[in-house]
Design a protein around this ligand. Structure first.
Ligand code: AMP
Length: 416
């Protein structure tokens, strides 16, 4: 049996890098006042059809939806923002000091065509600031995502930026764009033609040369922003300029979620192949209202954990150091086994990273193993009163009672 197509196992060898990502995210986001939240793996389907947008690819063809047995439709979450807005409303977070700043790390589900960097169950790390309308919040989230990618050694990143304005400007623009596309119908791909009414903006995403040539001359939303939206966008850019963050304006930037207003951004990395988007986000000032709440501004980002790890893969990570490996001189001596096993347990309780040699290796191969796992000391237990402690750095070995061993290792590892 194999794992379902587009899913994969996270094996022990990969855990360290993931744990490192989690630790760095906690540090970077925590320092800016973001606190962790986790929402359930599935939600009412309506949350996503209303939140993400009924016309998006995600809702149209990528959701894992199922009947819960009682006639209600549930969906494995394809993204994190709508669930967090649901939680914000459900828990009355508008009563907390605003903005409410949250981050999350968890798995998400989309029935996409699997390839390198694109899976059906994938992990995202994301952050949301709900309740603040100012452009500083947009800039802050962009900076935080940039710092996180840097901290994970993601190389060759490129930041693209756009503004989608407000829904009114956008719907006027949409009509204009639809008319333009209709006037060039013959030059467009069949897929784009079929979706003109549903989602004309996606034509900017098309890869066929015919459509691309048409789109090069298409009207751009960025040229038509309202005065307020243009001012907001100008401030976001000034803040990024002042912070020394390079970016490119990309009037054709589109993302697969309908809830965005104003700022939209995406980081990509040269280190990735076709799936170069490593993370992105934007402002969603109408989303909470759309979900039935009071009008509340928000902005956030989501980044793909697999893609961060793929793009930052060349950065070596040293394994966690091991203070002590406990081995036995004679495995058949039951009293030694009890002494050694207890020693490893007590060493851990004393705060040491201690491992018991579980595999039954000979002494020689236990020492080799100690090298491999980067152990500072190896204890070889002979009997309840006699043990040898080997310092793996100096190669020196001393004989002592097992009861004194932990104190000696503690002293040694504190000195080193
Ligand atoms: P999105 O929620 O579509 O804005 O995606 C945010 C980020 O999540 C992307 O930049 C990717 O890094 C990652 N991502 C989205 N979909 C997938 C997927 N199917 N497999 C792996 N990563 C994904």
């Amino acid at each position: 049996m194999q794992a379902p197509k587009g899913t994969y196992d996270v094996l022990p060898a990969e855990q360290e890098r993931r744990a490192l990502l989690e630790a760095r995210a906690r540090k970077i986001l925590g320092a800016a006042g973001y606190r962790r939240i986790e929402t359930p793996a599935f939600e009412a389907t309506e949350l996503f059809s209303r939140g993400v947008g009924a016309a998006t690819d995600i809702v149209q063809k990528e959701m894992y939806s199922f009947d819960d047995g009682g006639g209600r439709s549930l969906t494995l979450r394809p993204e994190g923002t709508a669930p967090i807005c649901r939680a914000y409303m459900e828990h009355g977070m508008h009563k907390l000091p605003q903005p409410v700043k949250l981050w999350y790390l968890g798995s998400f589900f989309r029935a996409e065509q699997p390839q390198r960097g694109r899976y059906r169950q994938f992990w995202q790390i994301g952050a949301e600031a709900i309740g603040a309308a100012g452009p500083e919040t947009d800039a802050e989230l962009i900076l935080l995502l940039g710092s996180l990618l840097d901290a994970m050694g993601v190389k060759g990143t490129r930041l693209r930026l756009a503004s989608l304005g407000n829904p009114e400007t956008r719907s006027a623009y949409r009509e204009q764009l639809t008319a333009y596309l209709r006037a060039h119908l013959d030059e467009l791909s069949a897929e784009v033609r079929a979706r003109i009414e549903l989602n004309p903006m996606r034509a900017f995403d098309a890869s066929d040369p015919g459509t691309r040539a048409v789109m090069a001359g298409a009207p751009k939303l960025l040229d038509q922003l309202s005065a307020d939206d243009a001012e907001h966008f100008a401030l976001v850019r000034e803040l990024l300029d002042a912070a020394g963050v390079p970016y490119e304006l990309d009037p054709t930037l589109v993302r697969g979620l309908d809830y965005y207003t104003r700022t939209l951004f995406e980081f990509s990395s040269d280190a990735l192949g076709a799936q170069s988007g490593v993370g992105g986000g934007g402002r969603y000032d109408r989303l909470i209202e759309q979900l039935g709440g009071q009008p509340t501004p928000g902005v956030g980002f989501a980044a793909g954990v697999e893609r961060i790890l793929l793009a930052g893969a060349e950065q070596p990570i040293a394994p966690e150091p091991v203070d002590l490996l406990v081995a036995l001189a004679d495995r058949d001596d039951r009293v030694s086994v009890l002494t050694a096993f207890d020693l490893a347990h007590e060493a851990r309780q004393a705060g040491l990273a201690a491992q018991y040699e579980l595999y039954g290796r000979s002494l020689k191969s236990a020492l080799k193993h100690a090298d491999r796992i980067n152990a500072r000391y190896v204890a070889i237990v002979n009997d309840p009163l006699h043990a040898s402690l080997r310092d793996m750095d100096s190669g020196e070995q001393q004989e002592l009672e097992p009861s004194r061993l932990i104190a000696t290792v503690l002293r040694g590892s504190r000195l080193s």
